[in-house]
Design a protein. Structure first.
Length: 260
């Protein structure tokens, strides 16, 4: 019994610290470095630092898995799934949301430098509207070789107030002058909750926001197809309503039948 007691005490002393390990300790060194670099950029510009969200990490992991499984590198999947689809799947009800993608980088430092040289990716990293971040990184087999694939998601949970004197445009101003070097494009959703926010953005076709969204989709074939499909569908609905009303009025005039 005397020999067993010290062993029990020793096991207890190492078990206590383990129970208090934070979620961030389970992250890979790549992810930890990527988060630290993003917050370093924000802190240096007096922008509130990002908090790691386990829910956003889940969404990023789902997106990465989907890209690996279906062999694509884009913000919108061949099946039409957007970044927001994966956020919805894990129950992340966002007020603001964004996504950065990167592939073929050998370390988080060079990946971060590339993002900061790309205006839209840089804007996502510095956007003061974002409060949380979730990153997934994995070695995958893509385009005939093994390579690193990264999904970086940003968000602010719906209902959380964003108190800052800086704006999204201020973030873009800080990023001006960079040369895009990352494959793909950055997408930022804007105001609204989940699907409603996306629909609101796409429906504002006569406003500058729509033009900015269209530009953000340039180079993303599936994103452009999604935008065109949504526009055509909306126009078809309007046309169908007009035709139905005209047929009804014609019938009423011809037969003298008026619906109550």
């Amino acid at each position: 019994m005397k020999r067993i007691l010290p062993i029990i005490i020793f096991l207890a002393t190492i078990a206590v610290p383990l129970s208090g390990v934070s979620a961030s300790s389970g992250q890979s060194p790549w992810v930890e470095t990527a988060v630290a670099l993003a917050n370093q950029e924000r802190k240096g510009r007096n922008i509130p630092e990002l908090t790691v969200s386990p829910t956003l990490e889940q969404a990023a992991a789902l997106k990465l898995s989907d890209m690996e499984k279906n062999g694509y590198f884009a913000h919108t999947s061949p099946a039409g799934l957007t970044p927001w689809s994966f956020m919805d799947k894990v129950g992340y009800g966002y007020r603001y949301a964004g996504e950065n993608l990167a592939i073929h980088y050998t370390d988080p430092g060079s990946e971060h430098v590339a993002w900061m040289k790309s205006e839209k990716h840089c804007q996502n990293i510095l956007d003061p509207q974002f409060r949380e971040i979730g990153i997934a990184v994995k070695k995958v087999f893509f385009e005939g070789r093994e390579t690193m694939l990264t999904v970086e998601m940003f968000g602010t949970v719906a209902g959380n107030e964003v108190q800052t004197t800086l704006t999204k445009d201020d973030a873009l101003t800080l990023c001006r002058g960079g040369v895009p070097t990352v494959s793909g494009v950055a997408v930022d959703l804007g105001n609204g909750n989940s699907l409603g926010g996306k629909i609101a953005l796409l429906s504002n076709g006569i406003f500058p926001e729509a033009e900015a969204y269209a530009r953000s989709l340039s180079g993303d074939l599936y994103g452009v197809a999604e935008l065109l499909t949504t526009t055509v569908f909306a126009l078809a609905q309007v046309a169908a309503m007009i035709i139905s009303i005209r047929l009804l009025l014609a019938r009423e005039t011809r037969e003298g039948v008026y619906l109550s």
